[in-house]
Design a protein around this ligand. Structure first.
Ligand SMILES: Nc1ncnc2c1ncn2[C@@H]1O[C@H](COP(=O)(O)OP(=O)(O)O)[C@@H](O)[C@H]1O
Ligand code: SF4
Ligand SMILES: [Mg+2]
Length: 366
């Protein structure tokens, strides 16, 4: 059974001017010990989806579909059960979360807090665990006595990771965990996350606008556009041989040099991501799509099979499949005719053989 299963998950924010469909019918699953990357430009619904997984959304958000964590329906959990699940079974590291550390409390106290709150350790054991966690994230144990302002941005993000690991969760959701860091520190923090999840068998959902980072860390990738998954498959294949034109543009994206907060600019794509309140008709990517067809503005897109373990929501994938099916039918026809011809040939041969046999039999009988 999968550790996490999302079935047709949707999230709609209700705001004064109407409804914002931020996530629209996402179905994904994650097996134990596996890492899933969720990619997409700003506004594609990645954080909304991540927060829905642990019911961390504001009250004005309506969530639909089903979210099963280890078979348990997250949307139907009591608050008590949900509190136990957060941190202890699944924890989340937010983008720029290091700014969320309490400035007037020592690092060690903050890391120990989830352990004490969830009654998972007594104060002495919690202190030991804090030292161990700091070591795991590459910080010396004496740092537990430091205040957040005494640490660099990268060190503070390491502290956030230590907090996420504190209760030994089975799933960590990391939402752009390195976006606010400079490139060198980003690489170190990513390597750290990669090693920790691999060593401890933790499942990971990592969210980023940077497909190359995700391809490096994750087993599978889901690419989101306008609240929907538009491509899903093994990360190497999605990154190197994307089937959806949006994933191809993201894979070819480049960062703005010198701006650590820059969004990757998807290569060859004009325009901005759509406003969820005014989504384009048909395939919502059509106004920006370099290979759009006349039918795309009225197309009912869905995730079509795009190879083993892969799906993509593009008409070209559907057409390739239809062509493939037609080819297969043609070859089946050809095979049928060949079989028929073969059969006729063998029948002829059999007849001849029969005739020979008969002659032989007659000869024998006679
Ligand atoms: N609290 C909210 N109220 C209304 N709209 C929101 C809220 N949070 C996010 N949105 C909208 O939902 C869409 C998806 O946002 P988000 O999940 O933050 O995307 P991403 O993480 O991919 O950048 C965006 O259009 C955003 O403006
Ligand atoms: S369905 Fe059409 S508009 Fe959408 S990605 Fe494919 S070609 Fe482009
Ligand atoms: Mg986000």
């Amino acid at each position: 059974m999968s550790l996490l299963e999302l079935d047709d998950v949707s999230v709609t924010y209700r705001i004064a001017s109407g409804e914002v469909p931020a996530v629209r019918g996402v179905s994904l699953s994650l097996d134990s010990g596996m890492a899933l990357g969720v990619a997409g430009e700003s506004g594609s619904g990645k954080s909304t989806l991540a927060m829905a997984l642990l019911r961390l959304l504001p009250r004005d958000a309506r969530v639909g579909g089903r979210i099963l964590l280890d078979g348990d329906d997250v949307l139907a959990m009591t608050w008590g059960r949900l509190r136990a699940v957060r941190w202890a079974e699944a924890s989340i590291v937010f983008q720029g979360a290091q700014h969320g550390l309490n400035p007037v409390r020592r690092i060690g106290e903050q890391i120990a807090e989830p352990l004490l709150v969830h009654d998972l350790a007594k104060p002495d054991a919690a202190r030991k665990r804090v030292a161990e966690l700091l070591e795991q994230v590459g910080l010396p144990a004496w740092r537990s006595r430091s205040y957040p302002h005494e640490l660099s941005g990268g060190q503070r993000q390491r502290v956030m990771i230590a907090m996420a690991l504190a209760c030994s969760p089975r799933l960590i959701i990391a939402d752009e965990p390195t976006t606010a860091l400079d490139v060198m520190v980003q690489a170190q923090v990513l390597t750290l996350i990669k090693e920790l999840v691999a060593e401890q068998g933790i499942s990971l959902i990592m969210i980023s606008h940077d497909l190359s980072v995700l391809a490096d860390v994750c087993d599978r990738l889901a690419v989101m556009y306008a609240g929907r998954v538009v491509e899903h498959g093994p990360s190497g294949e999605v990154f190197h041989e994307a089937r959806h034109p949006y994933s191809r543009a993201l894979a070819a994206a480049f960062p703005t040099v010198g701006d650590p907060l820059s969004r990757m600019a998807p290569k060859g794509l004009g325009g901005d991501p759509p406003d969820p309140m005014h989504l384009p008709s048909g395939c919502s990517f059509h106004p920006r799509c370099p290979v759009a067809l006349d039918e795309c503005p009225s197309l009912d897109v869905e995730l079509w099979p795009a190879g083993p373990g892969r799906t993509a929501a593009c008409v070209h994938v559907r057409s390739d499949r239809a062509l493939g099916a037609a080819d297969a039918a043609d070859s089946a026809d050809a095979a049928d005719s060949a079989d028929a011809a073969d059969a006729a040939d063998s029948a002829d041969a059999a007849d001849s053989a029969g005739a020979v046999g008969l002659v032989g039999a007659e000869e024998e009988a006679s």
